[in-house]
Design a protein around this ligand. Structure first.
Ligand SMILES: [Zn+2]
Length: 686
């Protein structure tokens, strides 16, 4: 486009407004991050704002102003540090979030160099360490200056702090025979980082002291390096990986790979995963590989860095405004985001441990929707002063359970509420206990967890809500993972939630979810039975349903109402009244009704032809295809009768495995004896 055409081009008003808004937001977050040292959004969210702004500025370059946040590389030196000008600028890298962007990067390079698309470009690849970029200046082999990147041109002199890191050589030496001589002057670039273990230790210490933890190891490394007192830096275990050069005098590197191969021979630490690849396809597979092993690394990484290997091409390619054309950061999916803490529920585990679980405004982290995260224990909540309604930084790394990292107190509105830790078990109501020196409250009632599982199993059982696929193991896991505390929770789970259960993949999760949805359409009798009211078995539930005809009427029935019904004694009546008087139970029922539980007429049993009318059956021994109760029900459904004693009136004796005395008696009386297969044929299921 010619300059004139550009000037004439109408830029949509929304674009101009959006660009303005983005700049304002980014500036605010820069301020929070660099000046106040307390960011209010995650790095990934910040990056997303920056990327959007960059994209819009690429589309409409006429909108770029010299003071746009995109025109700055890093931060200005902080007060208290001497400034150091970098001999060569320390540029920042462009990001790619997906494969297409990486392929486009490769294509762009080929276009720029006039190569065809079929030709291969060699790249070096390495993990992108989540740390702080520094420059080490060596003169005649001696470390003379160490600096932060700063704004890319001028950094902070942190030489004394860097000298506390034992893996940074104070002197470069020729440690290998085949190493070139140490040059007269070399600017070595590297990333100072903190290991995950050290990061964890440091944060635990901070939380214990009531200080806010560092959001990530990079912030921790930066915070530790930019201490005015090197003694503090020395206490934090920091490390470095060296990856590049600035100005070099006295040696001529030809490739990036040569740099990475030579550094260790001079005593500089290089990441063990650096690799030379033949083309961009190999770089992409390397990305997948590193993403897979990411969790096993002792330090945090957030992607890989891809660099053109041939340094002579670097010059040809040159740099864009603030980033080189020869390198790219291919990022992983972010693992931290901010969201709102809507509520806290308390889950009881197998050992009785009560864990606070955050209910979050659903948020995407690394391609997964996260709605719950652990809050660890009461001390964690107290020390960090987390409140309901807070914006929180949430982290989900790999297979680890999502966790709350910290609250963002700056975003408080005053409407936040205290988190009240229960004194009684949320499942059984027993008073919770805590051992001295422990952070975890426990329910001392041994039967508690088991009861929760049993209630769930009863609810889902065939004669109750009849939920397929909800057996003992699944019930245990549902309670254990805190997905179900009372049965109403079942109806608020999404199919994705079941993927959290051990042994669940897509299909199984979908099936269980579907079975639960299907169970919403039920009969009043089944529902009453499913509630598991003491003394209310299947027959009693059936009778209550017939007498009251509506759940509401039953819920509001008085002791007198119930006692007036023949067959209901005092114990039963009292149990029913107490159950429905309980606020928790009413809430649970209300939640189920809100979730769409509806009552249909009793299944029309008459629909089945009464083929067994007038026939009486006796069962003895175990059946293979069904329980004896099921078999009995089938006989009754088909119009037949079942009895327990063998007499002349009995038409068939159905004999399963290990039959008892009834079998003998049937033989004596000459009653027809059939096996399970014959029985199945008889009822039309054979
Ligand atoms: Zn309990």
């Amino acid at each position: 486009m010619t300059k004139e055409a550009k000037e004439k081009r109408e830029i949509p008003k929304e674009v101009i407004e959006r660009v303005e808004k983005l700049r304002k937001e980014i500036e605010y977050h820069n301020y929070r991050y660099y000046v106040l040292d307390s960011p209010v959004i995650s790095d990934a969210e910040y990056d997303a704002l920056m990327r959007e702004l960059k994209k819009l500025e690429e589309m409409y370059p006429e909108l770029i102003t010299p003071d746009s946040p995109t025109q700055r590389v890093g931060f200005k030196p902080a007060e208290g540090f001497k400034e150091v000008a970098h001999a060569e600028p320390m540029l920042s890298l462009d990001d790619a979030m997906n494969e297409e962007e990486v392929i486009e990067f490769d294509k762009r390079i080929k276009r720029f160099l006039g190569l065809s698309e079929e030709e291969n470009i060699e790249y070096t690849v390495e993990p992108k360490i989540d740390g702080l970029a520094v420059e080490l200046v060596y003169e005649n082999g001696s470390l003379v200056v160490g600096a932060t990147r700063g704004d890319g041109y001028v950094g902070e002199d942190i030489t004394n702090n860097l000298k506390t890191i034992h893996t940074i050589p104070l002197r470069l030496r020729k440690f290998a025979e085949d190493a070139p001589n140490v040059p007269l002057r070399i600017d070595v670039r590297g990333e100072v980082y903190m290991t995950k273990d050290e990061f964890k230790r440091l944060n635990e210490e901070r939380i214990h002291k009531g200080e806010l933890p560092f959001a990530n190891p990079r912030n921790a490394a930066a915070g530790s390096l930019r201490q005015l007192d090197p003694a503090i830096t020395a206490k934090r275990k920091l490390d470095i990986f060296c990856y590049g050069i600035g100005r070099v005098e006295g040696h001529n590197f030809k490739t990036q790979w040569e740099i990475l191969q030579t550094f260790p021979k001079w005593g500089l630490k290089v990441n063990p995963y650096v690799k030379l690849v033949k083309n961009i396809k190999e770089a992409i597979s390397y990305h997948h590989y590193i993403e897979r092993i990411r969790e096993t690394l002792p330090y945090e990484i957030d992607g890989i860095v891809i660099k053109v290997n041939d340094l002579s091409l670097w010059e040809k390619l040159g740099t864009k405004a603030r980033s080189p054309r020869y390198a790219l950061a291919y990022k992983f999916q972010p693992t931290q985001v901010t969201t709102q803490l809507l509520d806290v529920v308390f889950q009881v585990g197998r050992t009785g441990a009560v864990t606070p679980v955050a209910v979050l405004k659903p948020v995407h982290i690394g391609g997964v929707v996260v709605e719950r995260a652990t809050l660890h224990n009461e001390d964690f909540i107290k020390n960090l002063d987390i409140k309901i309604g807070d914006w929180v930084l949430v982290q989900r790394a790999g297979e680890v359970i999502p966790e709350i990292v910290m609250p963002i107190k700056e975003r408080r509105t005053g409407q936040e509420k205290e988190i009240i830790f229960p004194t009684q078990c949320p499942i059984c109501g027993t008073k919770l206990v805590k051992k001295p020196g422990e952070a975890i409250w426990r329910c001392p009632n041994k039967a508690c967890y088991a009861q929760a599982v049993r209630k769930l199993l009863h609810f889902a059982s065939r004669n109750a809500m009849n939920i397929d696929g909800l057996g003992e193991k699944v019930a245990r896991d549902l309670v254990d993972k805190g997905l179900v505390q009372n049965v109403a929770d079942l109806y608020y789970l999404k199919w994705e939630d079941f993927m959290k259960l051990p042994g669940f993949a897509y299909k199984k999760a979908k099936n269980l979810h579907e079975a639960i949805q299907k169970s919403k359409k039920t009969t009043l009798a089944r529902f009453i039975y499913a509630l598991g009211i003491r003394h209310v078995g299947e027959a009693m539930a059936q009778m209550l349903a017939e007498k009251f005809k509506s759940l509401e009427k039953l819920m509001n029935a008085s002791l007198t109402d119930l006692l007036s019904i023949p067959g209901i004694g005092y114990e039963v009546a009292k149990s029913i009244v107490e159950f429905f008087k309980n606020e928790e139970n009413r809430k649970m029922i209300q939640r189920m009704l809100s979730a769409g539980i509806t009552f249909v007429e009793e299944e029309k049993k008459e629909e089945k032809p009464k083929i067994l009318e007038g026939l009486t059956f006796v069962f003895t021994g175990a059946l293979k295809s069904m329980t004896r109760d099921e078999a009995k029900r089938k006989v009754i459904e088909l119009g037949g009768k079942v009895t327990d004693s063998v007499s002349k009136n009995v038409k068939y004796v159905v004999v399963g495995e290990n039959p008892g005395s009834k079998y003998q008696k049937a033989l004596q009386l000459g009653i027809k004896i059939i096996n399970e297969d014959e029985f199945l044929k008889l009822i039309g299921e054979g």
